[in-house]
Design a protein around this ligand. Sequence first.
Ligand code: GLV
Ligand code: MN
Ligand code: MN
Length: 421
Amino acid sequence: MTAPADIEAIGARAETMLAELGAISSEPQRLVRLYLTPEHRRAADLIGSWMRDAGMIVTEDALGTVRGHWRPELKRRLLIGSHIDTVIDAGKYDGPLGVVAGILAVRELVDRDIDLPFGIDVLAFGDEEGSRFRTTLAGSSACAGVFDRASLAFPDRNGISLGDAIEAYGKRIDDIPAAAYNPAEVVGFIELHIEQGPVLEAQNLPLGVVTGIVGQSRMRVVVLGEAGHAGTVPMRMRQDALTGAAELMLLIEQTARENEDDGMVATVGRIEASPGATNVIPGRVGFSLEFRSSSDDKRKAAIELIKADAQRIGVKRKLEFAFEPFHETSTTACTPELQALMEDAIASLGYQSIRLPSGAGHDAQVMAKLCPMAMLFVRCKGGISHNPAEFASEADIGLSVAALVRFIEKLAAEEAKRGAA
Ligand code: GLV
Ligand code: MN
Ligand code: MN
């Protein structure tokens, strides 16, 4: 094993890169970088330039995923990556940290002349958050060979479909199948990410090894009532879609609370009421609904319960409820051998770590359909994420890159052993 890298210098370099990337936004006052937008293009170009500086050949696939190839002549590839799209009013670490860490890890390998039995591809995916289209994980799905072509019809808020946006970005939807990796040529996928929760900070530990990622179900709920005059229709004669939606939302919250032991959470994050006027009873409401849980069965059962509640509320209030699912991921375990290797890598740098599950979704969840997968979590301040106050320290980030390099070296040693056997 080579000597530990200059952790401080790497952390400082990462912070500079993250600040530069964090300045690429569609709005001056807050960070908003959506998939297949001019800001995505600028971020992709910047990342491509860093990849080239680190000694990689750069390509982009049909979904706009930037791919930095180190030692492209080697058939077997280790994939390292995360996403560069953001939520609305984001922090600068969620996603970009994993891409920057991958680039800096390759830079370390090049600078220290470390030889490996496999090449590395650093991947910068463009659609993890699902902030523009209802899709999420589109780029990683294409790499894993599980891209759902039905999602090409999904519109953004301006009615532009994902398929049209891909073409307008200069890519061809006909090339999507070619983005898939051949599983026989992939050693594994590693994603380094801020924890986005408070556990590591509470335990005073900089790094954690992820055991698995919770499953998610996302859908749109549409409630139909009847619009009417807010001054003339008596309360008992109304078919108010918004009060019906509100009643259901409280039951959604209650159901998730009753299942807290399985890490169940439910969120209504977006709502539109029509026609949307002070003096008109809302006749139509649409809202997003997301359920997450570490138990796929309990999550699905909770959704069935909510549908039955909606049915009851509909009869009582003379409303119609429709559920339109658009995203489903199962709970995904990280590969046990890679978890152990990551733990060893951290220990070899003189640090303790813990194992912990992820309540957030990640590209790693989809990449696990392609190959063995592991995730390394970095402590973040106050557990705050999806918020501009998101923060991870230079010291922790530097250490995480050093751990990633150690992990790669250990994986190479395992591969060599396997090859020799
Ligand atoms: C991705 O950040 C998610 O919503 O979990
Ligand atoms: Mn996120
Ligand atoms: Mn993320």
